[in-house]
Write a protein that binds this ligand. Structure first.
Ligand SMILES: [Fe+2]
Ligand SMILES: [Fe+2]
Length: 273
């Protein structure tokens, strides 16, 4: 990557980090209304989703390794990865604390679950740094959409504490989305044709992380359908807004003229991070 692009990434990181420090920091112990748990409803379906998302977020060491392996000497991207890792670390922790403090899972169950998750390995889906940046933009927005739906479901069920957790986490995911979109935009400015090729490739092959490696994933799929992410939602709420944020339409993508293969982009019930 050339120096001009590295410097542009650094400037984007500084903007991201300043906004995070000034407006977005939250504390697992003091910003979640834990004292309201007795008056907050519980729902096994919502809890099973929370446990699944908690598990997907637990692959953080693998996600971080994938980031750091690809950033090389790129200061802005490396520091983003470190900061991103801190923010993501709170996501699984908040969901884990919720499951425990609300009495829906015991410490033993949660330790068993962590052992199961961490005994497996997630491998990055692309070997090119630019493709991973694009993947990040799509994955973070998909995650935001999933958490936004969970938040609405939780609020509707009277699970207000869980809804607040999804609000806090979702705000982080949207910030991550915007950062990756800006990075993708810088790649477009530097090499439009190559970036469009990569964008088309990632959209054709995208899968949410950990879909295949999460323990008992197939058994969770039925419950996870409440996440409401099918091919149509993915196209409407993830693909088209992502292209729009980059000033693109589907017609800008190279390759077959037909729309991205959304039927295979994501399986209903895919998970989040
Ligand atoms: Fe994220
Ligand atoms: Fe996350």
């Amino acid at each position: 990557m050339n120096r001009a692009l590295r410097e542009a990434f650094h400037r984007e990181y500084m903007t991201f980090f300043e906004q995070a420090e000034r407006t977005r920091r939250w504390n697992v112990f003091t910003d979640i209304p834990w004292d309201d748990l007795p008056a907050s409803a519980t729902d096994e379906q919502l809890s099973q989703c929370a446990e699944t998302f908690c598990g997907v977020e637990m692959f953080l060491p693998d996600y971080l390794k994938a980031h750091l392996d690809l950033v090389g000497g790129n200061y802005g991207q490396a520091w983003f990865a470190a900061n991103w890792g801190y923010e993501e670390a709170k996501h699984s922790l908040a969901l884990r604390e919720y499951l425990h403090r609300s009495g829906q899972r015991t410490e033993t169950q949660l330790f068993d679950y962590a052992d199961q998750v961490l005994s497996r390995t997630w491998h990055r889906p692309y070997d090119e740094g630019r493709q991973m940046v694009i993947y990040g933009a799509i994955q973070e927005l998909t995650t935001f959409v999933i958490y936004h739906k969970q938040r609405r479901l939780a609020a509707g069920a009277g699970a207000h504490v869980l809804a607040e957790i999804y609000r806090l986490i979702g705000r982080d995911e949207m910030a991550h989305t915007r950062f990756y979109q800006r990075m993708t935009g810088l790649h477009l400015d530097a090499d439009r044709d190559g970036t469009l090729r990569d964008l088309a490739h990632v959209l054709r092959t995208f899968r949410m992380p950990a879909e295949d490696v999460l323990p008992d994933y197939e058994a969770r799929v039925a419950v996870m359908r409440t996440a409401g992410i099918d091919a149509g939602v993915f196209l409407r709420e993830v693909v088209l807004p992502s292209l729009g944020a980059l000033g693109l339409t589907r017609h800008d993508l190279p390759g077959p003229r037909e729309r991205p293969a959304v039927d295979t982009l994501i399986r209903p019930g895919s998970a989040a991070t």
